[in-house]
Design a protein around this ligand. Sequence first.
Ligand code: AMP
Ligand code: MG
Length: 326
Amino acid sequence: MSYDKFEALKRRYLALRSVETVRVLRIQDEIVSEIRAFLKGEGFVEILAPIIGPVTDPGIRGAKQVSIDYYGARFKVMSSMILYKQMMIISLPKIFALSPNVRLEPLETVKTRRHLTEFRQIDLEVAYATYKDVMELGERMLCHVTTKIKRKCRRELKEQKRDLKVPRRPFKKYTYKEALEILENLGIHVKYGLEIPWGAEEALSKVHNEPFWVTDFPTTARCFYYMEHEDNSEILKDFDLIYPEGFGESISGGEREHRYAEVVERMRISGEDISEYGWYLDMLKAGVPPSAGFGIGVERLTRFICGLENIWDAVPFPKVAGVYSP
Ligand code: AMP
Ligand code: MG
């Protein structure tokens, strides 16, 4: 991998002049507009995302959260707004936000070509929905955006030499267990109960030419906010959508565990410091509706649509682990 790329990132004011960057940013503008149009058409209300708060998403796979001194208290910069989405559906049953996230990802993520330390999600939540409902929504959303971009950005995609295909619905669905079996056949062993490592996820993605779902992750692999199956508390009603051609993860989401006592128990088991979750637990005690939702990374979607080697070419001001760029 070429480290010259990092030099270009440090001098972004020069790289921003390149025709490819200009093209990618034009396509990205259409992607965001089309997702907004699609979600509005589905009855969603766009809300303004929080940037800081007393607590944020702990389920960030080894990345570090960023804390700030907020008038003498420790506040976090949002690693994701998941906990806040549950607060919002109290008043609006279908919401989304273009939410900025900061995660100090491990240094080795510079090699995955799909990790930034500052990125954005289109983050949505639907009251009273099941995880299957929002998976269906995710499929239609991805098909909508690829159809529109193919039509509106035909010239740009041609210049990118990107042969973008509109995915065929319904997308293939594997359980986590089945995904591990496919990996085993590729000679990659993943220990049951853990997250699928980035390299393995990329290998799985490479042997597909259509996006596909991985569902039902083990409870030990994921955070306290996902609902367990009624008949098997060891697996969750959750999912990832994986892009084909080696682009890797696109979406994560699932059905929410919204019951106070169950959440406290799950936090205890996973070793969370319960005292940090003050308002969140108080809110659950007061009662929130059941819901499901997901987040799709905007830069990863741009990378996939434009066929970019590196995610940092899918954002005007990229932040990559360990690289001091503007
Ligand atoms: P997560 O909740 O960690 O699954 O994040 C939700 C979505 O945000 C993922 O499915 C990705 O599309 C995107 N995402 C997560 N982490 C990163 C990262 N470090 N850089 C860019 N995109 C990310
Ligand atoms: Mg994920």
